[in-house]
Design a protein around this ligand. Structure first.
Ligand code: PHE
Length: 343
């Protein structure tokens, strides 16, 4: 009996020592100390022993039981400590690692250009007016002194929706809309940015949809000098203090006299040398302008003997191309991040 106990103790000690995890250890506890465990079995066999042997063997079995319990308790803390170590090692955070940068969005170059144009005119007290992109023939042409069958309509090949409704070809209809919104002869200082549409091919300098800004000033005593002063100020603010403007006579049915305005090339400053932007001409055409035609004033309720005005209109893509030295208009619409990330 004594040797049996010693054997059992040794077997228990070996398997407890070899236990790899807490679950295995618990199985061993059940195997040796549980209700149907091996130590319990030994105790049951005691009934067959003689009265003298019983207390002696009982003591040995109880000691063996206590030893096995202690071994299990010790192994239990050892395995728990090991499990904690493993957990800590696997969840380790390297606080010295460099952080990942957030990708931030930014404004499109056209929006940046338009924002700058707005800033320049808002500081001069202009308001911002908007008009619909789906426009009537009346506002897009007739109210601007372009009656039906006027040959100048051909220069703005249009997308018609019905005979009387089209996608606006210019922002000039906002001139007539703003005049009609105001009281007769009330002064106006406004710009009107927005999308316009023409039946043009998509190439390096044309797009069937593009952006324009219109300017309109009406008041007593507005002269051609007011127009020149305003555009000169605008161009200097937009392209730099040394910028010069040049006027060439031109024709738009809604102004008289009409001009086309060039700016000195802000990229080569007229020095040429293979300039990609002005092709060494030193000048870049940027807008159409003129004094508001008396007929246009009268049609929208203004008395041309009391007030006068000037108007101008330009392409925002064109301004952005000149400002940033971009040689192809298509970049604005392709959304290639290699292009956009440069702004
Ligand atoms: N609307 C004209 C165009 O699109 C530009 C312009 C506006 C010219 C105002 C004169 C006055 O070509």
């Amino acid at each position: 009996m004594e040797s049996k106990i010693a054997e059992l103790k040794a077997a228990a000690a070996d398997s407890i020592k070899a236990a790899a995890d807490l679950k295995e250890l618990d199985n061993l506890r059940v195997k040796f100390l549980g209700k149907k465990g091996e130590v319990t079995n030994l105790l049951r066999g005691m009934s067959q022993l003689s009265a003298e042997e019983r207390p002696k063997i009982g003591k040995i079995v109880n000691e063996a039981r206590a030893d096995i319990e202690n071994l299990i308790a010790a192994k239990n803390s050892e395995l728990k400590a090991k499990a904690l170590q493993n957990k800590l090692a696997s969840e380790k955070i390297d606080v010295t690692l460099a952080g990942r940068k957030f990708q931030r969005g930014h404004l499109h170059p056209l929006t940046l250009t338009l924002n700058r144009i707005k800033e320049i005119f808002i500081q001069m007290g202009y308001s911002i007016e908007e008009g619909p992109e789906v426009e009537t023939d009346y506002y897009n042409f007739e109210a601007l002194n372009l009656p039906k069958n006027h040959p100048a309509r051909d220069t703005q090949d249009s997308f018609y929706i019905t005979e009387e409704i089209l996608l606006r070809t210019q922002t000039s209809p906002v001139q007539a809309r703003t005049m009609q919104k105001h009281k007769d002869n009330a002064p106006i200082r406004m710009i009107s940015p927005g999308r316009v549409y023409r039946r043009d091919d998509f190439d390096s300098s044309h797009s069937p949809a593009f952006t324009q800004v219109e300017g309109l000033v009406i008041d007593k005593g507005i002269t051609f000098g007011s127009l020149i002063g305003t555009l000169d100020f605008f161009c200097k603010q937009m392209f730099g203090e040394s910028t010069k403007i040049r006027l060439r006579p031109s024709f738009f049915p809604f102004v008289e006299p009409g001009v086309e305005v060039d700016v000195s090339c802000p990229i080569c400053h007229g020095n040429g040398g293979g300039c990609k932007v002005c092709h060494d001409s030193g000048w870049l055409e940027i807008l159409g302008a003129g004094e508001v035609h008396p007929k246009v004033l009268e049609m929208s309720g203004y008395d041309s003997s009391k007030v006068s005005g000037f108007a101008w209109g330009c392409g925002v893509e064109r301004i952005a191309m000149i400002k940033y030295g971009i040689d192809d208009l298509r970049y604005f619409f392709e959304n290639d991040m290699r292009f956009l990330n440069q702004f």
